[in-house]
Design a protein around this ligand. Structure first.
Ligand code: CP
Length: 311
């Protein structure tokens, strides 16, 4: 793999290789006082974020540092982007400065693909850390890692993705990856929060959360992305929470083994009740923990695996 831009098109073997590497890294580092591997010594990783982030930016930085890479963080606020520099010029500048990998988050769908095109001659890898409403592939990989840990396998499992699917790059990446790994996906959302092309996706669709919960192995709650809702007929916060919020009563409808996921940041009391977010069924903290190992695994497969094979 040269880049990780999307889970759509990712081969099952590629996805499984990343997840297996993440498992190995987690086992290797567990309980260690010094969490440092020499794998990426001398490599430079740059995070380039045009949108806010806590989990993704921090876990990529930790992942790079635990693998001994030099990690540099660039955000649109503190860089020459604020003076009007274009994304292309910014990318070429980072490559010329020595970036082996640029990890980009951007509000425009397709930004990571454009970056990979511009950097094609530079030998720089690109990782999509979330582009508009398009994809967030490392989030889906860490979700899959968490589900594998809790459920053993994804093949044949039924996963509900609930809420604001329309604006969710997390949902899109999960639909493709879960499908690739053999799981069945049901999207549960009000009609106005589903994308126009939903019938082309490998999913079933439901508007009735209560009817779906007893038959799923996991439920992935999505954040309601008010910042991307410009016009349109969206339910009010109260209507949304009543129909699609995962509350204590709904938690009781789930099978005993079912897992609750949320990519964060959570709007407690809106899409998920506090008591559910903190319940034993919730794997939300594990998702964050696994995010570091999964991002280490992605960096390994992009920057180190080929070198190791050719040595
Ligand atoms: N899940 C996720 O992408 O979180 P951040 O926006 O905090 O990175």
């Amino acid at each position: 793999m040269k880049h990780l831009l999307a889970t759509e098109g990712l081969e099952p073997e590629q996805a499984t290789a990343v997840l297996d590497t993440a498992d190995e890294l987690k086992k290797t580092l567990l309980g260690r006082e010094v969490r440092k591997l020499p794998t990426l010594r001398g490599r430079t990783v740059i995070t380039l974020f045009y949108e806010n982030s806590t989990r993704t930016r921090v876990s990529f930085e930790i992942a790079g540092k635990w693998m001994s890479a030099d990690v540099v963080n660039v955000s649109s606020g503190g860089s020459s982007v604020g003076k009007g520099e274009s994304l292309r010029d910014t990318a070429l500048t980072l490559a010329a400065a020595g970036a082996d990998c640029v990890i980009i988050r951007h509000p425009a769908s397709g930004a990571a693909h454009r970056l990979a095109g511009w950097l094609a001659g530079e030998g720089t890898s690109v990782i999509n850390a979330g582009d508009g409403t398009h994809e967030h592939p490392t989030q889906a990989l860490l979700d899959a890692a968490t589900l594998r840990e809790r459920l053993g396998t994804l093949a044949g499992r039924r996963i509900a993705i609930v809420g604001d699917v329309l604006h969710s790059r997390v949902a899109r990446s999960n639909v493709h990856l879960l499908n690739t790994l053999g799981a069945e996906v049901v999207l549960v959302a009000p009609p106005t929060l589903l994308p126009a092309g939903v019938t082309a996706l490998p999913v079933t669709v439901s508007h009735d959360l209560d009817a779906e919960l007893p038959a799923v192995d996991a439920v992935m709650m999505l954040r309601v992305q008010a910042e991307r809702m410009h016009g349109g007929f969206f339910p009010s916060a109260r209507e949304y929470s009543l129909a699609y919020g995962l509350n204590e009563a709904r938690l009781r409808l789930l099978p005993e083994h079912a897992v609750v996921l949320h990519p964060g940041p959570m709007l407690r009391g809106m899409e998920i009740a506090s008591v559910v977010a903190d319940a034993p069924a919730s794997a939300i903290t594990e998702q964050v923990r696994n995010g570091v190992h999964v991002r280490m695994a992605v960096l390994y497969h992009l920057l180190a695996a080929i070198e190791e094979k050719t040595q």
